[in-house]
Write a new protein. Structure first.
Lengths: 153, 153
DNA sequence: TAGTTTGCCTTATAAAATGAGGGCTAGAAG
DNA sequence: CTTCTAGCCCTCATTTTATAAGGCAAACTA
């Protein structure tokens, strides 16, 4: 249940290179491939590792615009939150959505081709979602740090 | 240079399961493993795929608190932006940092163990960074959507 | 102390990745 | 119209990797 130094090293390396061969992982850590394999299987079984994914370059895919949108909901209808959440999960442009405590209700992160695509997204998707009362958009001018690995050390 | 239907399918599948065997990927798409391998190598060479990573469960790692922090910089010193960017890259708690257009300068996304850890982070890391004038913190109460795949279709 | 668990090892076997070589087709050039 | 070439896919042989079985030693427990 507790992670030792080797577990953390496995997680750390896998976070950077999720497709590394077990053999290479083993020799970088200094154990046999079998042991590493067993540990890794345990880490997955116990839920530390949820899966693996390719890191794609959004700009290369024509998604040049990153925006954050603060969303305020109309709170007169009680099931608006539930319905908004469901709608957000269906929108492919939305990469993240979080309910926050503070001046607004939701923070949405979305990637789009350009401002034209964003205007369409705002009008046809976001503002059409159930109970949305107000939005504030922040366009990203420069990505200083992107998807850093979780600190496991 | 242009992506066809098969390329997109490869990217789409790999985004969800970055460790899928080439053989299985091939039969899910309906081509030979060799062809898929060649395409994949091309997609990496041309920068569509930047790498692979394990998806870790932050809560399982003791990082139960997700926060977004809006940061305003003191703009009297011109190189503050540069220095702030450098400092942010060194902080392991910071998963993302974006320079935005609008009411503030940077949006920081960070994961921490709890509010106690956040207070320390705010005081010792964020507010100690060069040129930081003001911050507004939004704690996430519920993650509606987390790290969705990029739309490649 | 004796039994049991845990974590690692080696070895054998099964599966997958990789590289060489060849065929088919579409478009370009003669 | 024919020939050449480039792109894309295939099969097959070889190397590399994953996986499963079994054993050994240290630590923990009764």
């Amino acid at each position: 249940m507790e992670l030792d130094r080797i577990d953390r090293k496995i997680l750390s390396i896998l976070q950077e290179d999720g497709r590394i061969a077990n053999v290479e992982l083993a020799e970088r850590i200094g154990l046999s491939p079998t042991s590493i394999g067993e540990r890794l299987k345990r880490l997955q079984r116990e839920g530390f590792v949820e899966g693996y994914g390719a890191r794609l370059n959004p700009h290369r895919l024509g998604l040049g615009l990153l925006v954050f949108v603060e969303v305020l909901l109309d709170k007169t209808t009680p099931d608006n939150f539930e319905r908004f959440a469901r709608a957000v999960k269906l929108a492919p442009e939305v990469l993240e959505c979080h309910m926050v405590a503070g001046g607004f209700d939701y923070l949405v992160k979305a990637r789009l081709a350009d401002m034209t695509a964003y205007r369409r997204f705002l009008g046809e998707t976001l503002l059409s979602m159930p109970g949305v009362r107000e939005t504030r958009t922040y366009a990203v001018m420069e990505e200083i740090k992107r998807d850093a690995p979780l600190p496991v050390g």
